[in-house]
Design a protein around this ligand. Structure first.
Ligand SMILES: NC(=O)c1ccc[n+]([C@@H]2O[C@H](COP(=O)([O-])OP(=O)(O)OC[C@H]3O[C@@H](n4cnc5c(N)ncnc54)[C@H](O)[C@@H]3O)[C@@H](O)[C@H]2O)c1
Length: 291
């Protein structure tokens, strides 16, 4: 176990212990923050063996230690952290190879690694910005799902994959933001396709579409800047309440997304859940068109 102390990290979400995932092995990308952190937390609290993957080594260490400290000392649940960039093919293959070597299987995969792009109108989007968003939000999902399929299709019990989408998987709510929307639309199309490929192999694929969830991602938007020096592009995106109070004030709690992921993860293979959306109720007027 790590000897680091948890000083400046306070989890947003504390999961209720259970046994729903006893014996299951899960890989969660983006596990050092926000939704990935909360999903790792609820999976471990339900006795899964969890591999949290993230590119942010420092934060990952804190999250892993925090989850370890929250688990009963029975050894039924385990959480380990792997620092890796999930846009890299070799790294993704190594993560799955290690999980199989350690635990013999992978039952659950959650792709939560991602990056927002509050980018300006398309005329000002650089190729670097485009690639920086498509990489984690789409290419990484392909790489991780491909390895998941290679392992899960060998297992009698198959497996379940959850890909974190967004309202942006289907909706363009204002100008700007085109790299992010393209990445999430593409991810939905890819997921729909592999859902068909998983039929008969007991591999379920679900795109969860949350929006306005209280995580570091939405905290950054409130600061008015993204990636340090890029002004947040909010035209058509925020409503009057959000402009007045900030976006974070009206976000839904991350527990909603984590517990929905647990629900999806515990369905039997005869149940298919292609998509699962959840938004703050005050945004229903905007998202109504998606349903
Ligand atoms: N928070 C929201 O309101 C919201 C809304 C819609 C969709 N989402 C989606 O949910 C997912 C999680 O969002 P969040 O709010 O928890 O974000 P977050 O920024 O809090 O966490 C994302 C994590 O992904 C990691 N990551 C980014 N690129 C990576 C890479 N190449 N390799 C490994 N790790 C990488 C980051 O280091 C970070 O820890 C994202 O896909 C996001 O697009 C979030």
């Amino acid at each position: 176990m790590s000897t680091a102390t948890v000083t400046d990290y306070v989890p947003d979400y504390l999961a209720t212990p259970g046994t729903a995932l006893a014996g299951k092995v899960a890989i969660v990308t983006g596990g050092a923050s926000g939704i990935g952190d909360a999903v790792g937390r609820v999976f471990a609290a339900n006795q899964a063996k969890v591999v949290l993957v993230d590119i942010d080594a420092d934060r990952l260490k804190k999250v892993v230690e925090s989850i370890q400290n929250s688990l009963p000392a029975t050894g039924a649940a385990t959480v380990v952290g792997v620092t890796a960039d999930v846009t890299q093919e070799d790294a993704v293959q190594a993560i799955f190879a290690q999980a199989v070597a350690d635990w013999g299987r992978v039952d659950l995969v959650v792709n939560s690694a991602g990056r927002d792009s509050l980018s300006p109108p398309v005329t000002e989007v650089t190729l670097d910005e485009w690639n920086a968003t498509i990489g984690p939000n789409l290419t990484a999902v392909f790489l991780v799902c491909r390895e998941a399929f290679r392992v899960m299709e060998q297992q009698e019990s198959g497996g379940r994959i959850i890909n974190m989408g967004s309202s942006s998987t289907r909706l363009a709510s204002g100008p700007g933001h085109s790299p992010y929307r393209a990445s999430k639309h593409g991810m939905l199309g890819f997921s729909k396709n592999i859902l068909l490929e998983g039929k008969g192999k007991k591999i379920g694929v679900t795109v969860m579409n949350p929006s306005h969830v209280a995580t570091p991602m939405t905290q950054i938007i409130d600061k008015g800047l993204y990636d340090g020096d890029i002004p947040a592009y909010v035209d058509g995106w925020l409503d009057e309440q959000e402009i007045r109070e900030g976006i974070h004030a009206s976000c839904i709690d991350v527990a909603n997304v984590a517990e929905a992921a647990l629900y999806v993860a515990t369905r039997t293979p005869d149940v298919t859940i292609p998509t699962f959306s959840m938004y703050p109720t005050h945004k229903a007027h905007r998202y109504g068109m998606e349903i």
